[in-house]
Every structure is written in structure tokens, then in C-alpha cells.
Design a protein around this ligand. Sequence first.
Ligand code: COI
Length: 356
Amino acid sequence: MKYPISITKTTAPAAKPADESKLGFGRIFTDHMFLMDYDEGQGWHDGRIVPFGPLPLHPACTALHYGAEIFEGMKAYRLADGSIQLFRPMENVRRLNNSAERLCLPQLDEEGCLDIIRTFVDVERDWVPHQEGASLYIRPFLLGNDPHLGVHAVHHALFVIITSPVGAYYAEGLNPVKISIESEDVRAVRGGTGYAKCGGNYGASLRAGERAEKNGYTQVLWLDGVERKYIEEVGSMNVMFKIDGKIVTPKLTGSVLPGITRKSCIELLKEWGYTVEERLLSVDELFAAAADGRLEEAWGTGTAAVVSPIGKLFYLGKEYTVCGNKIGPVTQKLYDTMTGIQWGRIEDTHHWCMKV
Ligand code: COI
């Protein structure tokens, strides 16, 4: 089902960034945004692409008071021939609906949502960067917009898409990052919202991230919220380790985000012949492996940074260096393959990409 979309173009388009090597992440926004309203009884209506600007939100709205907000992150890539493609966009659409279900926000028709994303990126196609490594980050989000303060499921909602030309997520780029294990705060608990991509999970992670940064670390390694024993994620990314030749990654227990980069990396690693174990991995097991040299590589996976090598891990007053603080061969191969497929340099044998 397609949602009708009206298009009102800006009369004052902004200048495109002159130097795409200095984009950073999520600081510049394109000329337009997509908005669509939901009202119970009426369903989704008034899909519209309009000039970028403030949102029409009621000050009492459910999103601002009770955190009824979910989002997605995906990218559009410009290929050498100038064409533009998305990477596994239906996975993002499905996850958006799964997140919506958890937060009692309304569902979107999947084909209709994908059509909205493609139509919007097409309108902003001149904003998709040309430089190697830069892309157009797409941020769809859905929020509760009920204009009263009772705590209840949402009856009015707003679906929005904004886009931002981006470069590297971390200032380190593909250089290894320093990570400390977080032993005080947790980002999610079983039965909570960890598997949903909701703003609250990220809000809950900020304090630990800040503390880590003050102590000279890029991000934290999150432990589970129940036993505070099992590794879950790194910063805002999924995490993978190469231990004794095998790949180990935390299994999706409900408090771990089902990452699309995570899923793609697992599929690639299995094709390359690696044993991939999706299981509980305790911090003790990880540091025993780090201490006796069996932890060969560690990396985070996510849409924003793709693959981010971990060079140092800090736990209980001790710092462990992983892979000589260099990017390891598996991490590098994953990065090269993922970005190769995304930018169309490597044949997309999995049919993961979709042209805009
Ligand atoms: C990602 O790795 O894509 C993320 O989830 C980070 C995002 C919240 C900026």
C-alpha cells in the first residue's frame, strides 16, 4: 500500500557542504523533511515533504513527557556511476514496526514506509555526498503526539524523516577506539526496551558515555542489567570478538538491539567459513581471553560507523590492548566488504541493496 505524499519544495535551498571530508556526523540537514500524521480511527494521513524546520508538536505530547519515541538509522550511498542505493532498507522498516509495537506506537505499512523513504531520498538526491566514505544518513522517527498528560497508549502520532550528509561517526575514523567496561549504569534490562530502537535507551546511556569520555575513553562496553555479568553492546553499537579463532557475539536476549550491520556481518563471517557463536559472553571469560592472548580482535558494528575496531579495553583498573591496538584482519575485511557492497564496488550477491 502506498501512502499519498504531497511535495512542497523549499524556495531557499541551502548550499551543499563544500568539503565532504569534514562532514562529521549529523550536524548538517538537508532542505526538506517528511511528515505524516496518525489519528486513531483515521490511520496515517497527510504524508508530506515540506521545507526542513520546527515540528508541529503539542507541548503536552506523549513523546516529550513519557518517551513515546522510536527511530531508525540508515544510509543512502552514491555509486561511481552517480546512482544512489540503500542497504537492506526493508530491515529498517521492519525494525521500526517492532520498536513501535514495544512502545505502543502505531504500525506503518511496510511497503508504504519503504516507498516514503525512497521518495524522500529521491527528492534529496543532490544531497547524497560524492566523496568516498561519505553518505546520506536517513533518520526516520515516530513519536506520540497526544495533546494531554494522561499516561496511556498513543492515539495521535507523527512520523518524520530527516536526512543528513555524514562522514565518519567517530573522530577516530577506522582507527581503534578505547573502551571501558561500565559497571554502574546499564542501558537496558530484559523485559525492557533494549531490543527496540527508542530514544530512551540512548538517553539512559549518556551518563556512562560522558564519564568514559572524561576518563579518556571513546565509549563503554555495556553489561546486562540483571546479573551485570554478560556483555551486551558497545556504546550505541553491537559488539563482536574473535576469541581462539571463533567469532563470539552477544545473543539477542531482548536487551540487545538486533543490528542490521550485526546481522549482515554474521552472514558474511559464516560465508567466509568462520564459526559464529551468538551466545552469552561473560566479562570474566572475555578478560581471561584478553589476559592470555586468546582475544584476537574486537569490534563494534552499526549503521553509523559500519565497523569500529576496539584497540583497548579497560576493566577493574587494568587496561588490555587488543590486536596491538591496530585494526585486525577480520575487522578490516568486514569493513572493506560491507562498505564495498554499500558503495557498489563489490558485487551485491546477496541482493541487499536497493536503488533509489
Ligand atoms: C548506529 O550505530 O547506527 C547507531 O545506532 C548510532 C546512532 C544512534 C547514531
